[in-house]
Design a binder for this molecule. Structure first.
Ligand SMILES: Cc1cc2nc3c(=O)[nH]c(=O)nc-3n(C[C@H](O)[C@H](O)[C@H](O)COP(=O)(O)O)c2cc1C
Length: 188
């Protein structure tokens, strides 16, 4: 698949099953991730891979975070958090490691980490896999942040769920004219 085809045919898939990218494919995916544009070349990202049994540890972190925030949370809500990482065979937490010892503004570092996340999505798609980028309350939760090593202005950009799409997702049209305009010179 060439680059334009990958960019124009990617579609998120919520239902993901095996196979997920293996070691060799992950190396290709992360090689693409670190090619994201990066003002100041400070590489403001960290990728944490959870696969196999390690997804249980991520689920526990999410479940514990819910209980810490809401000790009255229902068993159902708790179970839901525990099971979230099992919605795909592999989950990548993408964290913007934001340096405050640089003139590059934090927002630009977070955008770079987001671009790296998008490169992960596109590279995985180009390799024949599917995925979905998710955030939700855990991305902003102090306990989750601390367990994943996010400190200070670091930001959890998202959790990228990867695997093989269980069903082929529909691809809605996005009319370009709704989003693109040509700047018209103002006379006078
Ligand atoms: C930063 C970010 C966070 C997102 N968080 C969620 C989420 O928590 N749950 C969800 O279902 N979709 C989330 N999405 C949206 C999906 O990843 C996806 O983009 C959306 O369902 C549209 O599908 P498409 O990518 O095929 O156009 C998020 C997207 C982005 C960019």
């Amino acid at each position: 698949m060439d680059a334009l085809e990958a960019l124009t045919t990617r579609k998120s898939a919520a239902m993901l099953v095996d196979p997920a990218p293996g070691d060799q494919e992950l190396e290709q995916i992360f090689t693409a991730a670190v090619r994201a544009p990066d003002h100041g070349c400070i590489r403001p990202w960290r990728f944490i891979v959870f696969r196999g049994k390690m997804r249980k540890e991520l689920g526990q972190i999410l479940g514990d975070a819910l209980k810490k925030k809401d000790p009255e949370a229902s068993d159902e809500a708790y179970e839901k958090e525990l099971n979230k990482p099992f919605r795909a065979p592999l989950v990548i937490a993408v964290i913007a490691k934001v340096s405050e010892e640089t003139k590059i503004p934090p927002i630009e570092q977070i955008i770079s980490a987001g671009a790296a996340a998008q490169n992960i999505m596109i590279a995985a798609h180009a390799l024949g896999f599917a995925g979905i980028w998710r955030t939700g309350p855990p991305s902003f939760d102090e306990y989750v942040r601390s367990r994943l090593g996010a400190v200070g202005k670091d930001h959890i950009v998202g959790f990228i769920y990867l695997g093989t799409a269980k069903t082929v997702p529909a691809m809605p049209e996005v009319p370009l004219s709704d989003h693109v305009m040509e700047w018209k010179a103002v006379s006078g």
